[in-house]
Design a protein around this ligand. Sequence first.
Ligand code: HEC
Ligand code: HEC
Ligand code: HEC
Ligand code: HEC
Length: 158
Amino acid sequence: MHRSITILFVSLFVCVGAVALSVFASQETEPAEAAFMGQKKCTKCHIKQYKAWKGSLHAKAFEALDARYHHDAACVKCHTTGFGAGGFTTAAESGHLVGVQCEQCHGAGSGHIALMAQLKKDKVDKKDYPEHKKIVLTPNNCAACHKPHTAHPEVEKK
Ligand code: HEC
Ligand code: HEC
Ligand code: HEC
Ligand code: HEC
């Protein structure tokens, strides 16, 4: 039992190390911990959250932009996922990251996905592995885009 957990930890360590190295090799300027995967990678395990998200305006935030703003950093920073943080760059390069997706709120998900897939493969009970919830839910990040005191001045006047 203890032995298999040790093996799991070692293999996870190697796994995360490999991901980190490959990310590091491809994008030397970005932090190496995790990469943005795009919502399609989350859907198979989180279908309920996917359905709720798909029906929301967050899913359509890029389409809401007129095409002439698609390359404008002043707009895409709030209408895409991970812009300026190793995620969205342009629609041609990173079409899988348009709109305000899961990882904009929860953090880049490559590490979480690798861990969850590994636990499932090794048939580890989640209860024996509380660390399974490891993914960032950036606290209070709504206000990074929804600016209550500038976006709705007419409400402020009352
Ligand atoms: C291989 C399956 C799998 C994939 C792919 C996956 N997850 Fe998860 N995720 C899980 C499991 C299992 C849990 C734990 C659920 C539980 O505690 O019952 C979880 C938990 C979470 C939680 C809750 C953490 C908490 O503190 O309660 C969030 C948020 C989350 N995942 C987001 C994502 C995002 C975003 C993606 C895509 C980048 C993703 N997941 C991809 C399996 C997966
Ligand atoms: C600070 C973050 C932020 C920036 C920067 C930003 N937006 Fe938005 N945008 C939002 C949010 C949040 C909403 C939805 C809520 C709202 O309307 O305040 C929105 C909604 C929209 C909508 C749909 C709602 C409507 O009014 O029709 C359009 C279109 C839009 N933005 C265009 C743009 C354009 C064009 C730019 C660049 C000039 C831009 N946005 C820059 C955050 C931002
Ligand atoms: C606009 C930000 C935002 C987006 C986009 C978003 N989430 Fe969340 N998510 C949250 C917040 C905040 C919570 C915690 C509060 C709650 O439960 O609603 C949460 C909770 C969760 C949980 C924990 C279980 C639950 O339902 O409470 C999972 C799993 C999850 N999200 C997965 C996803 C996936 C997968 C996507 C994309 C398909 C996604 N989220 C998109 C903000 C977001
Ligand atoms: C990356 C920027 C960003 C972040 C972070 C963000 N939003 Fe949004 N949100 C938007 C944009 C842009 C729209 C409007 C999209 C459109 O109109 O097409 C929007 C729309 C909405 C709407 C209207 C959705 C609908 O379907 O009617 C709600 C409600 C909302 N956001 C709540 C939240 C909450 C709560 C959080 C934090 C958990 C959050 N947002 C985080 C950018 C963001």
